[in-house]
Design a binder for this molecule. Structure first.
Ligand code: UT7
Length: 333
């Protein structure tokens, strides 16, 4: 049977470092609260002069390609996870295809599953490799959250958390896995617990005019933080155990868990519940905040570059976020 394998990975984050001290000048918050409640020390926010979702993704993709010893022209499919595309439409996949200078031969697909988006994208790409339809798939997670944040005291529970960035992996066929499994879930009953309402299409025409939308500020991120937190800690554990059970593996077999970087306290809770050692869990939320669909590929790329992922390691990815959606992937490196 044909399997898929990650053959290259890379990431790119904006130069612009936003410290907790800087945020304290914009809203009623402080470094101690942010570090204690989230673990975040700084995050990167886009510079409008240089950064778009598509061009950050292109930078991450080129690093992944060069680490895989491949060129742009070998890509035959792009799967792009983002909830913050450069345009309302078209999606970011086609903009990345253009930025990489690829012609009309290849397909580009956008995935809008928020913090779980990268694992959903990886799962989609894995299926296309297994069927034999594509041979070299670029899977990307990239986000610019900073421009939709309410950077006043009213929005402080989200403004201090989110950051911008991009991560990319290349998947190719392999005789043995590779990706052992992916497990995907959703529960739309909680859609409004973490969402951006506009520019939604369900409003009457008169209400959907730009000046009305700006008046009501409904284009900003709204999050019921404690509700999201409570569901996250349950679903993360469930979906990791689901992956282990499906593969007849135990939590001790995990070489490295790379969880979506939502909140350091969530990662620490998972670590404690699964009795994993510090060496078995990778976190970089301290430096980048929560970068939604980009968080897992950025963390995976950093962990790999730091030598924390070696051949034959068992890597577990897990995510939870808006939707609610949650997902896991087990990978034999
Ligand atoms: O990416 C996937 C989805 N996202 C997540 O998984 C995030 C999940 N949730 C969280 O990470 C946490 O709920 C937050 C970090 C967002 C909030 O932490 P919390 O411990 O749940 O705080 P809280 O919302 O219960 O608020 C506690 C207090 C409140 O004040 P009062 O009502 O007790 O006086 C907030 O107004 O902290 C206040 N607060 C802040 N204070 C200083 C909220 N945000 C801030 C802030 N600075 N930035």
């Amino acid at each position: 049977m044909r399997h898929s394998k990650i053959v290259g990975l890379g990431h790119h984050v904006p130069e612009n470092v936003i410290t907790n001290e800087y945020l304290s000048t914009l809203m009623d918050t402080n470094n101690d609260w942010i570090v204690e409640r989230t673990g975040i020390h700084e995050r990167r926010w886009m510079d409008p002069a240089t950064d778009t979702v598509a061009n950050m993704a292109a930078k991450a993709s080129r690093i992944a390609l060069s680490r895989a010893n491949l060129t742009e022209n070998e890509i035959d499919f792009i799967v792009f996870a983002t909830i913050t595309p450069d345009y309302f439409f078209p999606g970011s996949g086609v903009l990345l295809q253009r930025a990489l200078g690829l012609d009309g031969r290849i397909a580009a697909l956008d995935i809008r599953n928020a913090c779980s988006g990268f694992i959903y994208a990886l799962s989609v790409a894995d299926q296309f490799i297994k069927t034999g339809m594509y041979k070299t798939i670029l899977v990307v997670g990239a986000e610019i959250q900073s421009t939709a944040l309410d950077i006043s005291t009213a929005g402080r529970n989200t403004a201090v958390i989110f950051g911008d960035g991009a991560g990319a992996v290349i998947l190719q066929p392999s005789d043995k896995p590779g990706i052992l499994s992916t497990h995907l879930h959703s529960d739309g009953n909680f859609a409004e617990e973490l969402y951006v309402k506009d520019p939604g299409s369900s409003r009457p025409h008169a209400e959907r005019q730009p000046e009305k939308i700006l008046d009501t500020s409904t284009f900003k991120v709204v999050m019921n933080g404690s509700q999201v937190f409570k569901h996250a800690i349950v679903r993360f554990i469930e979906v990791i155990n689901e992956a282990l059970d499906a593969n007849n593996l135990k939590k001790d077999d995990i070489s490295l868990l790379v969880p979506h970087q939502a909140n350091l306290r969530i990662s620490q809770y998972i670590q404690q519940k699964l009795a994993l050692s510090d060496n078995q869990v990778y976190n970089n939320i301290m430096r980048y905040g929560n970068t939604t669909a980009a968080s897992i590929p950025i963390a995976l790329s950093e962990a790999w570059a730091e030598g924390k992922i070696r051949e034959n390691d068992l890597i577990c990815l897990a995510a939870f976020g808006s939707g609610f959606t949650w997902a896991s992937a087990l990978i034999r490196w």
